[in-house]
Design a protein around this ligand. Structure first.
Ligand code: NAG
Ligand code: NAG
Length: 312
């Protein structure tokens, strides 16, 4: 009995790694995707199928729980976020216009990145680049050029309904422990209320303040639609099929902020949403609003592009 418990502990420790320092700058990451990265690279011709495997999803879930436990253990206050190594959220990218960072995004296949539609409206693909594999906003990692970008045809800029866009790279990514795709949430899957999700990005550290130079992430809770409509947000501005709310009602609480737009919100190892809009940042009574990726109008559009076999 004692032996088994001891073994179990060992397994847990080796999965999550050392208890200290990992999320901080410069320290070795102990959320380690390197084994899955090698496999992903070998299976990149059929990456959606690879990500769809139960075994692979279990791995992502485990890593997600590791990060969650690290973040929950913190009292530090994206706003109220915590320095996070890119190795803990290797799907996170920084989208740039020329050299200026404009938005976040997520790797979903070796060629496709997902972001918010509103990030792509003004931009010309020839001027867009992407930085991956770096925890730093302004240096490190690898830069990729953008071949094309697409805005959801039913995106409405005035209301931000269907706020989703796709970015196609010229050359396929090489997957490493710092560059990995994340699986999209299942079509029409129901999002539970009041569950912790992880949001990440280099956005502003506080409303009106400077943006982060080192990647930040924090846990926030999904908010039931009924409750969300009773917050300070304009209830008519929320379109439940294509949006969901997450945040907290306590005073200055973790939230996504300007510059985090287009970035990932992850629950249980899958990508459930895209940072879309809010009122200010972390103002207590205003949860953030996210694009609901399980919505068929959104999911079908995204999946239509990414599951197409490339002819070039
Ligand atoms: C993913 O798995 C589910 C069932 O496990 C299956 O119905 C679906 O077709 C799979 N999708 C892909 C892209 O392989
Ligand atoms: C986060 O990283 C930045 C840049 O390295 C550093 O200046 C800051 O002290 C770090 N914050 C914490 C809380 O570790």
């Amino acid at each position: 009995m004692v032996n088994r418990i001891f073994l179990l502990l060992l397994v847990l420790i080796s999965v999550c790694g050392e208890e200290t320092g990992m999320i901080n700058a410069g320290k070795a990451a102990d959320i380690d995707y390197s084994d899955i990265a090698g496999e992903a690279e070998r299976h990149k011709n059929d990456i959606l199928k690879f990500l769809n495997q139960t075994r692979v999803q279990e791995k992502y879930k485990t890593m997600y729980k590791c990060l969650l436990s690290k973040l929950l253990g913190s009292t530090r206050r994206i706003v109220s976020g915590r320095n996070t190594s890119i190795a803990a959220v290797p799907w996170q990218v920084s989208l740039r216009e020329k050299t200026y960072p404009i938005c976040g995004g997520s790797v979903i296949t070796d060629l496709w990145l997902l972001t918010a539609a509103h990030c792509l409206l003004r931009a010309r693909s020839s001027e867009l680049t992407v930085r991956l594999a770096s925890s730093w906003k302004t240096h490190g990692g690898e830069m990729y050029d953008v071949k094309e970008c697409f805005v959801h045809p039913r995106y409405v800029s005035k209301t931000k309904v269907n706020d989703v866009g796709l970015v196609r790279l010229y050359t396929p990514l090489r997957f490493t422990e710092k560059v990995l795709p994340i699986k999209l949430v299942a079509r029409e899957s129901r999002l539970l209320a009041d569950v912790p999700a992880i949001v990440s990005g280099w956005g502003k550290l506080q409303e009106g303040g400077p943006s982060a130079t080192y990647l930040q992430s924090s846990t926030i809770k999904t908010v039931a639609m009924k409750l969300c409509k009773r917050t300070g947000l304009d209830r008519n501005a929320i379109d439940p099929p294509s949006m969901f709310c997450a945040g907290s009602f306590t005073q200055p609480s973790p939230d996504a902020c300007q510059g985090d737009s287009g970035g990932p919100i992850v629950y249980d190892g899958v990508l459930i949403g895209v940072v879309s809009w809010g009122l200010g940042c972390a103002r207590g009574n205003f949860p953030g609003v996210y694009t609901r990726l399980s919505h068929p109008v959104i999911w079908d559009w995204v999946n239509g592009y990414i599951s197409k076999k490339e002819d070039s």
